[in-house]
Design a protein around this ligand. Structure first.
Ligand SMILES: [Zn+2]
Length: 508
């Protein structure tokens, strides 16, 4: 008889400083009718994509298993998840656990904070374990999270992404899935060792493809590849979350040998702690970065566009995507042949689509939402522009991140204002794929300047075409400047806010 497994995806990175609540509709964005995906429809849309769901699904189908799918729901990072949304998604997964499957496979994020729970994934695992005390559970996680003691106590296997941009999402799920299947076959006996440091790493210094993280991740990869342990994962952490378990963390799954797992965990955590000063990002003022771009652009031969990456208002980390300060500065400094966006501003999209292609309009672009947690008032930019193109904002993702999925940025317009082209969408998007340009008729490689809102994910497709990449510290809830926000609930002391923080690990 075929085994029966439950497979679900529930992912959200919660920026607790964002004023925008995340309701259930935002989790239905990838669904054709806007509701939470499940069953055959979820399999059709995501079963063979570079997602956690796709990774697990292909592994389980290769075993000829029966796969039950109670929910597949991912929302872009934003503020607290509503209790109603969490109860709907978690309820479906717990109900599926009650049907008595042979095992459960979960693609989670690890940074979901709800109106009630700091640790939504831990609460989900606690509820599952309460109704299925002996069921094996594999969990794949994002690299940006606050490690959950409840999750580690209740999961059987845990793995995390090893890349940022996250191009190994499918593989991360398969690492967890393969290990759990081996355990179900009686070949291995997974034991979790985990630990979290009182250390926030800046997201611009975290990528495992560069130091200081590279050596640490390479050691984890090597330990897993050599069979020293079953899986080893390092998590950079998500510093835009004011919750008690924020910090850099490690999870090792050993084969019945907790001592070996603990040894590797401690080695990886010590490596990170010794390099803690290298995880602090030294950012320059926004005006200086734009001036640097202007200077580079005035040189004759450019081998591709100059990419300005505004990382302060990036929806990939919970930004609103409507702060126009960097665009205003770029226009002030005279950056020409510039493409900017997408800015999320449904009101401007509606105005432009009503006016129609070719019409000239004057709009208050962006700047619609105050951000009280960082003391930033909304401020739009008044521009007069021609409506150059309109689209429904749906396109197939062909780059290495999210490959095979269909992006949905809602109705979208391209506005031409002098030498500046501005993309305005109805839903937020971090541009991790060039489709958001090409689907509306722009060839980004031929332009002089590209101004996007992204921190790291853009690199997967922009590095190959860019002549220069300039991070720009625009204002917003993702700002790298920790001094603009008050952390009330994180562990203290915490490096680098408290420079003399002693090393102390919370774990098992
Ligand atoms: Zn992430």
């Amino acid at each position: 008889m075929s085994p029966r497994y439950v497979l679900a995806e529930m992912m959200h990175e919660t920026n607790t400083f964002s004023p925008q609540l995340t309701d259930v509709d935002k989790f239905g964005r990838n669904s054709p009718n806007g509701t939470l995906l499940e069953g055959a429809e979820a399999i059709e849309l995501f079963g063979h994509t570079n997602t956690g769901f796709g990774g697990f699904y292909e592994l389980l189908k290769a075993r000829d298993a029966i796969v039950d799918v109670p929910v597949v729901a991912t929302a872009w990072p934003s503020g607290l998840v509503t209790d109603a949304a969490f109860e709907e998604m978690a309820g479906r997964i717990v109900d599926a656990a009650l049907t008595g499957p042979d095992a459960m496979f979960l693609a989670l994020h690890g940074a979901m904070v709800t109106q009630t729970y700091d640790d939504a994934e831990g609460e989900l695992l606690r509820r599952i374990r309460a109704v299925a005390p002996d069921m094996a559970i594999a969990v794949s996680l994002d690299f940006h999270l606050g490690m959950s003691p409840l999750l580690c106590a209740n999961a059987t296997v845990v793995t995390g992404f090893r890349t940022y941009p996250h191009i190994d999402v499918h593989e991360t799920a398969q690492r967890a899935g393969r290990t759990l299947l081996a355990a179900l076959d009686g070949e291995v006996e997974p034991v979790i060792s985990w630990g979290v440091l009182p250390m926030m790493t800046n997201m611009l210094c975290q990528t495992p493809s560069a130091q200081p993280m590279k050596d640490i991740m390479d050691r984890a990869i090597e330990a897993e590849a050599s069979g020293e342990v079953l899986t080893a994962s390092v998590f950079g952490g998500f510093p835009l979350s004011d919750i008690p378990h924020t910090g850099l963390s490690v999870v090792v799954v050993s084969d019945g040998d907790k001592t070996a797992g603990d040894r590797l965990r401690d080695e990886l955590l010590s490596m990170a702690w010794d390099r803690r000063a290298d995880f602090v990002f030294d950012f320059e003022p926004m005006e200086t970065s734009v001036a640097r771009a202007a200077s580079l652009g005035s040189e004759a031969a450019l081998n591709g566009p100059i990419v300005l990456a505004d990382h302060g208002d990036n929806c990939g980390a919970g930004g609103i995507t409507d702060v126009v300060a960097v665009l205003e500065e770029a226009m002030k400094q005279g950056l020409d042949d510039l493409v900017a966006g997408p800015y999320c501003d449904p009101a401007t999209v509606e105005l432009a689509t009503t006016a129609g292609g070719g019409a000239e309009i004057t709009v208050s672009l962006g700047g619609k939402i105050d951000m009280p947690a960082i003391g930033l008032d909304a401020r739009p930019l008044t521009i007069t522009a021609r409506v150059a193109a309109v689209s429904d904002g749906r396109y197939l993702v062909t780059g290495p991140m999210g490959t095979g999925t269909t992006a949905n940025i809602g109705n979208t317009v391209l506005l031409e204002a002098g030498g500046v082209d501005i993309l305005v969408s109805s839903l937020p998007l971090e541009p991790f794929d060039l489709g958001f340009y090409t689907h509306i008729g722009i060839d980004p490689a031929t332009r002089k300047y590209l101004l996007i809102k992204s921190r790291q994910h853009f690199r997967a497709v922009f590095e190959p075409i860019a002549s220069e990449i300039i991070p720009v510290a625009g204002p917003g809830v993702c700002s790298e400047d920790y001094s603009i926000r008050t952390f009330d609930r994180i562990r203290r002391p915490m490096y680098p806010m408290d420079l003399n923080t002693p090393m102390s690990v919370i774990g098992n």
